[in-house]
Ligand binder design. Structure first.
Ligand SMILES: NC(=O)c1ccc[n+]([C@@H]2O[C@H](COP(=O)([O-])OP(=O)(O)OC[C@H]3O[C@@H](n4cnc5c(N)ncnc54)[C@H](OP(=O)(O)O)[C@@H]3O)[C@@H](O)[C@H]2O)c1
Length: 256
């Protein structure tokens, strides 16, 4: 997909990976609808990249329709959806508050599904780029969804759920030529690591800058890749966990 002249919705654009992705898309000539709750941060970003803002709490199920309606009203089209917003939780599951469980499921699972559902008609619509169909939906998942991380059971499950959803949606939207992709980051140096409950203090793998993920997300959109793990070497444990789960668990316990 060529990005110049496209319109993209990026959720979680107020900071971190979403912010870097919005900037990178804008640098490629895409108009970005910046979505999140932190209105001042979103307005600053939109002013810098000549985009627009939807201030929305994604735990509210009605936000998806509002986001798509804004894109069509303000920019006349919607070509790309980057469902990036997410929340983490690290800690003892038996102590995890019920409202945090609901938040993780709502933001990480229900919100991207509702946004995809609300976007399909707009992505299918004829545009200057095609007589109908085309466009892209990218879900920012996590390596935790592929390997399952102890201490992050609900987070891992939420990301595994979105991976399963994307795999099936990709087939369902194939005839509309709407590309459905997932990007599975390893550890990224954002506020996410600071607010998920326990600080990240491992020396390996080293946290990556969010700009690296932004580059990967934009590449995935341009090339129509189905699934991308970053850094790529984490694809090895992901394949190992999928093909030999019992052995993987034993070794993961042993080597942490
Ligand atoms: N950082 C990592 O190590 C890492 C690793 C693997 C995967 N990921 C995934 O990458 C994605 C982006 O994470 P990040 O590292 O950039 O995290 P971040 O810096 O904490 O940013 C999270 C973004 O999500 C938005 N958000 C959270 N709850 C929301 C809600 N209820 N309504 C609307 N927006 C909400 C936040 O915006 P507001 O506060 O403005 O609402 C913020 O812009 C997430 O899906 C995360 O699971 C991150």
């Amino acid at each position: 997909m060529r990005l110049a002249g496209r319109v993209a919705v990026v959720t979680g654009a107020s900071r971190g990976i979403g912010n870097a992705t919005a900037r990178r898309l804008a640098a490629c000539g895409t108009t970005v609808v910046c979505v999140g709750r932190d209105e001042p941060a979103l307005q600053r970003l939109a002013a810098e990249i000549n985009g627009s803002v939807v201030t929305a709490d994604l735990t509210d199920p009605s936000s998806a329709k509002d986001i798509v309606a804004h894109s069509l009203a303000a920019h006349g089209q919607l070509d790309i959806v980057v469902a990036n917003a997410g929340v983490g939780y690290t800690g003892d599951f038996s102590q995890m508050p019920a409202n945090r469980i609901s938040e993780l499921v709502d933001v990480n699972v229900r919100a991207p599904i509702l946004l995809a559902r609300a976007s399909i008609e707009a992505l299918r619509a004829p545009s200057q780029f095609s007589s109908g169909g085309g466009g892209a939906i990218v879900f920012v998942s996590s390596i935790a969804g592929a390997v399952g991380v102890p201490g992050e059971s609900v987070y891992s499950a939420s990301k595994a759920a979105i991976e399963a959803f994307a795999t099936v949606l990709r087939e369902e939207l194939r005839r509309d030529r709407i590309a459905v992709s997932t990007v599975l980051p390893g550890v990224v140096d954002t506020d996410f690591l600071r607010i998920r409950g326990v600080p990240y203090n491992r020396r390996f793998p080293r946290p990556m800058p969010p700009e690296r993920l932004a580059r990967v997300i934009v590449e995935v959109i341009e090339n129509g890749n189905e699934r991308r793990i970053e850094p790529r070497w984490l694809g090895l444990p992901a394949r190992f966990a999928a093909t030999a789960p019992n052995l993987y668990r034993v070794l993961a316990r042993r080597f942490s």
